[in-house]
Ligand binder design. Sequence first.
Ligand SMILES: [Zn+2]
Length: 196
Amino acid sequence: MAKKKHVVPDETYWPGDIRDKSWYCPRHGCYQRRKVDDKCVVCYWEEQEAARIEHLWASLARDLWRRAKNRWRHDHFKFKTNEPFILAVEDIEREIPPDRKCPALGIPLVIVGGMEPVFRRTRPYPTWSWRLRRWGGDASPALDKFEPNKGYVPGNIAVISSLANRIKSNTTDPEVLRKIANWMERFKDKQGKLKA
Ligand SMILES: [Zn+2]
């Protein structure tokens, strides 16, 4: 039996010459391949990212629960609420939309929102680099209390996008929101007439 050669998992190699396109990755072109599984390095990176995002989706209910509990603890400490915290992680899991779209706005929910530039004050000179944004801004899922003063009670919660959550944060009356929408349309019409 031939002894298996030890390879470092992230060791890479170039399978051929740059002018020979037969070995290129069909999706990314001229990139190194990993020695362990003969995969293009960009394909491998994409796979890792997808796995990481899936992991974040799997831990979403727990994460939302922890943040809700911290907010409740803060309110409780300030005597803003006297209710016990009875919400369980399973209650939130049940509320996560299976199609991963915001039930209020219909936009796809995003947990990881692309790369953002970071500035670091390093020596001898400052540097710019990139980092993965953990939350997708307006499209990231948020735990909503339908009636804000009822608290985090199983029948009162929903998982919606943070944009919808912010729009809804000041009123639960659909009539008020409709009036605001009408006003926004009138305002835009007026602006359009001014421009024309
Ligand atoms: Zn590739």
